[in-house]
Design a protein around this ligand. Sequence first.
Ligand code: SAH
Ligand code: SF4
Length: 349
Amino acid sequence: MRNIYDFTLEEFKQEMVALNQKEFRAVQLFNWLYIKEAKSFDEMSDVSIKFREVLKEKYSLFLPKILVKQESLDGTIKLLLEMEDGAKVETVLMRYDYGNVLCVTSQVGCNMGCAFCASGLLKKQRDLKTYEIVSQVMVMNSLLEKDDKISHIVVMGTGEPFDNYDNVMRFIHILNCNKGLNIGARHITVSTSGLTEKIKQYGKEGLQVNLAISLHAPNDELRSKIMKINRAYPLEKLVEALKQYQIDSNNRRLTFEYIMLAGVNDNLKEADELVHFIKDNELFAYVNLIPYNEVKEMPFKRSDNTRVHRFMSHLKKNGINVTVRKEFGTDIDAACGQLRAKKEGIIEC
Ligand code: SAH
Ligand code: SF4
C-alpha cells in the first residue's frame, strides 16, 4: 500500500484517472490532505463513501509517531519521529521574524563522515522516502495554529540531501504545489556538503530554490581534514560546479556555511583565504558563520565571540556579505542530529 504523501499532484492525477476518476479528484484530495490536514479518508465529506473505501484500500495515511517533543522558550520545537520501520528522524521548527522555518532530515544517518558532525556518528542506514520527508512537515504543521504554519523549509537536518537526490526533489515539488502546501521555491533551501554532479543537476531543475554549501574551510588541506568528501570533490571541482550552477540558475546567490571551530578554521589566515576564494572565483555568494554546537565525543570547540567578530570584520572589510547564524533552542538539545544520537545512546548531550 503506497503512502498518499508520496505523490506529486501530477502523479496523483494519473492515479485518479487510472481509478476512473476525473483529474480534479486529485486536486480535491490534495486540498483535504495539505490544506485541511485531514488525517483520515472519512473526514473527506465531499468524497462519496464508496470511493473513500477504494482510497482506504489503496493508500496509507501513515504519519510518523512523535517519540520526543521538546519546546524551547524561544518557540523552537524539536521532534524525534519514528517511521514505520522504527527509524528515528529529527525535525526542528525555528521561528524567524520572516516566518516559521522547518529543518528536515533527508537520510537516516549520514555517510559523509564530517569530523565535527554528530549525524555522521551514525552511518547511513537508508535514504528517507519522499513521503517520509513530507511527513515531517505534516506532523509539525499539525502542532501549529492555522495562522502559524510552516512558511520556509531548509533541508539541513541529518543526511546529505544530494545523496538522496530524487526523493528530495520530489519532496520539493510537493512542497511547492499551489494546490497543497504552497511553499514558494524561494522559501526552500537545500544544504550540501558538495556533491558536484548533483549541484550541476540542481541548477538545471529550473526552480527558484536556494542552494547552501557547507564549505567550512577555504583550502583543500584543511577541508580534506575536516570533511572527508573533499578528497573526492576538491575545491577546484566544487568551484567548477558552482560556476555552472550560477549560469544555469540565472545567477542565484549562493550561501556558504562556515562552522566556526576554535583554532582550526577561524584564524585571520582562513578569513583572508575565504575572501580570495569567493572573489578570485567570482562567485555570487554570502557567508553564514555558524556557531559550533559542541559534541562531547568530538575534539572541536566553539570559537569565542571575539574570534567570530574578528573573522566577520575581515570578510566585511573586503566586501563579502556575511551573517552569523542565529541560535535557536539553546535550552533544548542543540544541533540537528544530536537528539537522535542521544536516543540511540551514541552521544551524551
Ligand atoms: N549534509 C548537508 C546538510 C545537513 S548538515 C550538509 O552538510 O550541508 C547541515 C549543516 O549543519 C551543515 O552546514 C553542517 O556542517 C552543520 N553542522 C553539522 N554539525 C554541526 C554542529 N555540531 N554545530 C553546528 N553546525 C553543524
Ligand atoms: Fe553529513 Fe552534513 Fe553532517 Fe557532513 S555535516 S556528516 S554531510 S550531515
